[in-house]
Design a protein around this ligand. Sequence first.
Ligand code: NAP
Length: 524
Amino acid sequence: MLHRIRGLGMTARVLERGDDVGGTWYWNRYPGARCDIESIDYSYSFDESLTREWRWTERYATQPEILAYLQHAADRFDLRRDITFNTTVLTADWDDAANAWTLRCDTGDTVRATYCVMATGCLSVVKQPDFPGLSDFAGEWYHTGRWPHQPVDFTDKSVAVIGTGSSGIQVIPRIAAVARQLYVLQRTPNYSMPAQNRPLDEVELEAAIATFAERRKICEYSDAGVPHPPPTQSTFEVSPDERRARFEEGWQRGGINALSAAFTDFFTNEAANKEAQDFARAKIRQIVRDPHTAELLCPNHHIGTKRTCVDIGYFETYNRDNVELIDVRAHPISRITRTGIQLSDRHLDVDGIVFAIGYDAITGALADIDIRGTGGRLLRDYWANGPRTLLGLQIAGFPNLFTITGPGSPSVLSNMVVSIEQHVDWISDCLRHLRESGFNRIEASPEAEQRWMEHVAELAAETLYPQANSWYVGANIPGKPRVLMPYVAGCGQYRHECEQVVKNGYDGFILGAGPITVSEGART
Ligand code: NAP
């Protein structure tokens, strides 16, 4: 976004909480942290020479490699000189008369700007562990989403991991490999597909780079922002043997869409979805030797309606003698003690606890800032019954505020890099259009926002997504309104809808001209 804004000849200041760039890849330094989108597709596309020169080393990049890539991009485009690090934005106030935003930071700094772009992330506010007694614990404890910058050594220690989502499923095999004893405290089992990770050889990488532009175009108009051909047949169009063969083929290929890419009705037809569930559960029973543990690990929600995990040796980890799975629904956590975790019926002595308990997703980072729009209306209050946006890009009553991958856009249901780049381009084009048309103010009309929210909800209702207690619907945060937040019809359809809005002269947005009070009238 900063690079694009500079390209428009506008000035910008980026405010960042961390002491360096990287976002999710800056904070999530836990052992095993790795992307579940193939590295070549989890890359920027805006600069050809960057694409040509960067060498990804594995099919799925590790956190250190992605962080190095982001740091490299920051250096290459000389971004740091416009980024203020170690700064948390506390409030953002819209001043209608001045046509400007004022941001106040924890450092005491104030920034004033005509436009404000929230690039605050969908999974950046961690769910805090609020277990009673945690402050008494004499050992070390960590949240996967706030992992220390220094290495953590669990060698020969007794460790508990709480949570078995994507983060837990990545960290568990790595801790199991070094710890004396690992207890995994599971509340809800999850489906996980094998990554089938491997080194990227030169030939494969060169071929991917040579065809990158076409490959990215396919991603942009695909469902999930990845370049795989969409399924053409529904589940029951083929024989049971053919069905199993397709699932097996997906399993051997690996990755997040190993099963979901097999048939067209995976997310919409319960019976079809159950076929994939049965296949995944059979795999777990095949891998995990102890039948009781295997049953505990078998999920029973519709597969894909909670984020499918991708692992390297996760289920195999339960065949180790030093690993014990504990079902905390049957044996609830009473409290944390000085020496460990008190369950309803036993005490676990541990030296360390890892909380892999997730995030206040999608809206958390925006709700964390006191954002006040026209008439002093607080965004948190406006969204009390669930987030409302137009295209996930703007909010009625909050002029000149843009949200990158906001609720109501494909965001977390897609390859985030493809979706982020789309929003960055859309916002940049919009800023250019405003300037060329003599405007400096834009906001979503309440009617267009209402229509968009109805459209997003109608699409959601055609799928199985709303049925699961997932963070997609806010179910992991007590009191959060239950609304399926992302747009479910895929990147391609969403992109067409965004393009149509622009073609129709920013249909649904109110464009205007206000006073110019910030220098150059163009500061973002
Ligand atoms: P998550 O998916 O929300 O999983 C949190 C886990 O903690 C769940 O198993 C949850 O159980 C459990 N939990 C929460 N509170 C608990 C409590 N009080 N007691 C016991 N268990 C509790 O969080 P995450 O694993 O950090 O992943 C979040 C998202 O980040 C992922 O879905 C994915 O989009 C992204 N991510 C991606 C990657 C990757 O690219 N490979 C890696 C990590 C994360 P319940 O299900 O019962 O609530």
